[in-house]
Design a protein around this ligand. Structure first.
Ligand SMILES: [Ca+2]
Ligand SMILES: [Ca+2]
Ligand SMILES: [Ca+2]
Ligand SMILES: [Ca+2]
Length: 552
């Protein structure tokens, strides 16, 4: 493929851009460190022996004490009463400890001294400014227009892997900007990214005039091959490109989290753009300083969350002699790398997560704005790094992407296909998984049905889910292929669904089962078990009775 002029990056080039020179920015005040000495709160904590607790409780209660932890015998006492009460407790042989109630110091956050930090208003909005980001861990791969590796933020930055040749002069402004928002280092100069020590994999997909589909595909694939990580795609086209979709699916199947900018076409009625509108893609809208959706940010059911995307300060390529930083930039292109950096941060701190869990955590931990609950402007809300770090992990959603037969059969979209749910020698198995109306509309599993065996699938959902079984020859489970369906189980609500595939033949065969949300359901979890039982061999045809010989 040649140059794809339909592919665009999401920068609002004319949106009030004002380039401010670094020398001016350097005059901003450096953030002061907070005083660290612990202060007394004004009460006294006492701990009494548990065996004595009941005996001395009336004395403590009379003095106005309240229980802090009954399992520990810890009480809180007005300091004015502390002298006589502790003396009485000591006399009674009940006192273990007495001390002032103090303010704990907490973990000191070393604030970056990079002079543009005071202009990075989004750091507080997404609650990253009071947290200590980790060292390098899970990678952030940025498939974009390339970066200026000679820029002061990048020239000596550790953990920066340039995956192909960078030609930032051919439109590399965008890539430099996006990368700086994700991972500009805290080095006392310029700005800081959301995850300053992120391991960055950089891929230039715009060596000359613009983003080339072939290079976007090659970059996504190279990033996925490099290991499980977060992919940032601040780019899109309006037509659904099968090959780009396959590349995204490859990344999802490889265990990476794919993040895409929602698009900047709100004023045109938010036409669908890809990869933002593909299943399993974490789609990021843009918000303003007052937490409302930006006037350009595309709205759709595919939007998962939002992040600041106006009045952005970014690095700019210096290779052409311009200023190293600029401010006033806007676009969902700049919201996406904030989420990508934050997701890699969370994943680095919580390596036990898989990408499907991280996807849910990033969007469901976001801070709800606008209409209560999920909406098409901002998804579940605005990125909240502190909440994401603490958010309880949902169950994993394995064996994705599996929306249709093409993705799970060998030699379909992928050379090997998503692994089968069962296989020769492993016929009985179970899976716990999830469905989502928009992001994960269907789960199709390839199953092995041995010779002369019936395989039963029993699905137990927590919301209304339907279950189907499909012939080995099924090419798709979509509406136009229903003649390939062997069975449909569509009981109401959370009633168990059951289908079976019976193979009376003498050779084993592959078949498919699929789980799909019922019409009114938007999300569900389920468990499904496969069991097997023999199919009796067909009764041999009765031999014709030998004719009774006539008596000679
Ligand atoms: Ca810096
Ligand atoms: Ca999405
Ligand atoms: Ca699923
Ligand atoms: Ca699925």
């Amino acid at each position: 493929m040649g140059i794809a002029s339909s592919y665009r990056t999401f920068m609002q080039g004319v949106y009030g851009v004002s380039v401010r020179r670094f020398v001016l920015a350097a005059a901003f005040a450096v953030l002061a460190f907070p005083a660290a000495a612990p202060a007394a709160v004004g009460d006294t904590l006492v701990q009494v022996g548990l065996a004595d607790d009941c005996r001395v409780a009336p004395l403590l209660l009379r003095a106005g004490a309240t229980r802090v932890a009954s399992e520990l015998g810890v009480w809180m006492l007005p300091t004015a009463e502390a002298g006589p009460v502790t003396a009485a407790l000591r006399d009674a042989g009940a006192l273990l400890h007495a001390q002032p109630d103090r303010l704990l110091g907490g973990l000191q956050v070393v604030q970056p001294t990079d002079p543009l930090v005071p202009e990075e208003w989004w750091r507080a909005t997404v609650r990253a400014d009071q947290l200590e980001p980790p060292g390098p861990g899970k990678p952030v791969s940025i498939v974009d227009s390339g970066i200026d590796t000679t820029h002061p933020e990048f020239v000596a930055r550790p953990s920066l892997i340039v995956m192909n040749e960078q030609s930032p002069t051919g439109g590399g402004t965008h890539g430099t900007q996006v990368t700086s928002l994700a991972g500009a280092p805290a080095d006392g100069q310029g700005m800081v990214g959301i995850y300053p020590q992120a391991l960055l994999n950089i891929w230039d997909a715009a060596p000359s005039r613009g983003l080339e589909t072939s290079l976007v595909i090659a970059g996504i694939t190279a990033a996925a091959r490099a290991g499980k990580g977060v992919l940032n795609l601040s780019l899109s086209g309006r037509s659904r490109d099968a090959m780009l979709e396959n590349a995204v699916n490859f990344a999802v199947a490889s265990g990476s989290l794919v993040i895409a900018a929602a698009g900047n076409s709100r004023e045109e009625g938010s036409p669908l753009e890809y990869p933002a509108a593909l299943p399993h893609v974490l789609t990021v809208a843009a918000t303003t300083r007052d937490d409302t959706v930006a006037e350009f940010s595309s709205a759709s059911p595919f939007v998962d969350l939002a992040a600041p995307g106006v009045d952005m300060v970014t690095a700019l390529p210096v290779a052409l002699g311009g200023p190293p930083y600029g401010s006033g930039f806007a676009g969902t292109s700049f919201s996406s790398p904030l989420v990508a950096g934050a997701a890699a941060w969370v994943w680095t701190v919580r390596p036990e997560l898989d990408a499907s869990q991280l996807f849910e955590i990033m969007r469901r931990s976001s801070r709800d704005v606008g209409p209560v609950g999920r909406d098409d402007d901002t998804g579940f809300g605005i990125l909240d790094v502190a909440a994401a770090l603490a958010f309880v992990a949902p169950v994993r959603d394995p064996l994705e992407p599996n929306e249709d037969v093409d993705e799970v059969r060998p030699n379909g979209f992928f050379s090997v296909g998503v692994p089968p749910l069962s296989a020769p020698g492993r016929v009985r198995t179970r899976v716990v998984a999830r469905l989502d109306r928009v992001e994960d509309p269907r789960d199709v599993y390839r199953i092995w049905v041995p010779a002369r065996t019936q395989v039963d699938a029993v699905l137990t959902p927590d919301a209304d889910v339907n279950l189907s079984a499909w012939r080995p020859t099924a090419a798709s489970v979509l509406a136009d292929a229903r003649s390939e369906r062997l069975a449909l189980s569509s009981k109401p609500g959370t009633t168990q669904e059951r289908v079976f595939v019976r193979n009376a033949g003498a050779k084993g065969t592959w078949a498919y089962v699929s789980a799909e949300l019922a019409r009114a359901t938007t999300t569900a979890s389920y468990r499904m078990a496969l069991t097997s039982k023999p199919v009796p061999a067909p009764a041999p045809k009765p031999k014709p009775k030998p004719k009774a010989k006539k008596p000679a």
